[in-house]
Design a protein around this ligand. Structure first.
Ligand code: UGA
Length: 436
């Protein structure tokens, strides 16, 4: 199939490269000339495991190319996938500006019988807007579809090649037939629904996962009040197959470019359609409050942050990415500086992004290794569960002359080992943890 993917963010580039690897002819189209010229040289402007290699292979094979020219990109395409950003607008709704302007650009060049599929996260009711714009210019028969994305950053290539499911929202059988055929090599469940259901499914999935995280964080807070250990609680409830033990670890709240935005958008959508204040607002508020609340709590346990030197390990919003959008470090570091602590930051991939984001401050420094970041610190704050941070032997950084704390903000380290090294251990929702 001849495919064009509009928008070369991580969803667009990964989608284009994976479809190319299944022997489709794919064009990645973006109006950002700098980005396109880098991609032509196989330079990915962000860190995503496996993507650079795939890009190289597919451009070399001739199945994948990049362009900034709409006519060239669209005129021969059987399928145009819109994967442009839909950031939140100031009111909290989805800003469709990029999506609708890309639609306007592509419309004059559409080939007869082409499918235009919206992969960007958009509320139900968006396809008629796309349709209205295309119908003003296009003189050919075309079809519309909603094809939401469920991949995760950090495992985007793997998630696209082996998705849990693909969701296709359309009205015509011919669209389902063609898109089902396109996804056949992925050997996964293809769920065929209406466009509205597909778009609701995207918001519902993200809001559910965000709710689950918020829920276990609330349970962790209760555990701290009564001596229960949230990890034991999770072990106990996870045997119920309706609950399970996956995607369930407590921490500093959810971040990234999707959950915070999508939960707020769903809350906004809910108000727009007359459903008023609801669960989604509450989830969002609880998540926003979480870091300041936890940081105060940690500070109380270690006798105040003022004058302490703190190694903040993990600056990206999660492991295996250099994406710092809504990363916990963006709230944690300013909090610590405000409390007159000194901060020494480290991340395996996000150091250069962090250096650009944080204004220079005499109390903030960045370091190239865990070892360096942890030199002479009072507190090690393991913020993000990069394997390197979880597996590190922190006995190397123990200073016999001072009292030191290790805060395991994701409950990924073994408390007994941390204590054995000589640290005071602080976890999330951990009461009785003198285990093993
Ligand atoms: C999320 C969804 O998982 C994807 O299915 C979806 O396609 C994507 O958003 C999107 O809408 O584009 P992503 O933001 O890449 O993917 O990352 P996740 O691994 O889901 O993590 C999101 C946040 O939740 C992170 O801050 C993570 O640390 C946090 N989290 C995750 C927890 O606090 N606890 C958990 O148990 C799991």
């Amino acid at each position: 199939m001849q495919i064009t993917v509009i928008g070369t963010g991580f969803v667009g580039v990964v989608t284009a490269a994976v479809f190319a690897s299944y022997d489709n002819k794919v064009i990645g189209l973006d109006i950002d000339e700098k980005k396109i010229s880098k991609l032509k040289k196989n330079l990915v402007p962000f860190y995503e495991p496996g993507l650079e290699k795939l890009l190289k292979q597919q451009q070399k094979s001739g199945n994948l190319e990049f362009t900034t020219a709409y006519q060239k990109g669209i005129e021969n395409s059987d399928l145009v996938i819109l994967a442009v950003g839909t950031p939140s607008n100031p009111e909290g709704g989805a800003d469709l500006t990029y999506l609708l302007s890309a639609t306007k650009e592509l419309a004059p060049y559409l080939k007869s019988e082409a499918i235009v599929a919206v992969k960007s996260t958009v509320p139900p009711g968006t396809l008629p807007k796309v349709d209205k714009i295309i119908s003003q210019t296009a003189n050919v028969k075309y079809y519309l579809a909603a094809m939401p994305e469920f991949l995760k950053e950090g495992s985007a290539v793997e998630d696209t090649i082996h998705p849990d499911r693909v969701v296709i929202g359309a009205r015509e059988n011919v669209v389902f037939d063609r898109l089902r055929e396109l996804h056949r090599p992925l050997k996964c469940q293809v769920i065929e629904v209406s466009p509205e259901s597909a778009q609701m499914a995207k918001y519902a999935a993200n809001a559910y996962l965000a709710t689950r995280i918020t829920f276990i964080n609330q349970i962790a807070d209760l555990c701290e009040k009564n001596g229960a250990d949230v990890e034991e609680v999770i072990a106990a409830i996870s045997h119920d197959r309706r609950i399970g033990k996956h995607y369930w670890y407590p921490g500093v709240g959810y971040g990234g470019s999707c959950f915070p935005k999508d939960v707020k958008e769903l809350a906004y959508y809910s108000r727009q359609v007359g459903e008023g204040e609801n669960l989604f607002n509450k989830i969002s508020d609880l998540n926003e409050e979480r870091i300041p609340r936890l940081m105060k709590n940690f500070g109380d346990q270690l006798g105040g942050w003022s004058g302490k030197t703190v190694a903040v390990l993990g600056l990206a919003f999660k492991p295996h990415t250099d994406d710092m959008r809504e990363a916990p470090s963006l709230k944690v570091i300013p909090y610590l500086l405000d409390q007159q602590a000194k901060v020494r930051g480290y991340d395996p991939k996000a150091l250069s992004a962090a250096k650009q984001i944080f204004p220079s401050d005499e109390n903030l420094s960045f370091h190239d290794s865990i070892d360096d970041a942890c030199q002479s610190v009072d507190v090690v704050l393991a913020l993000i569960e990069w394997p390197e941070i979880v597996d590190y032997d922190y006995s190397h950084v123990i200073d016999q002359k001072k009292e030191q704390w290790l805060i395991d903000a994701r409950n990924q380290l073994l408390a007994s080992q941390v204590k054995g090294w000589g640290f005071n251990y602080i976890g999330i929702g951990r009461g009785e943890i003198d285990e093993q």
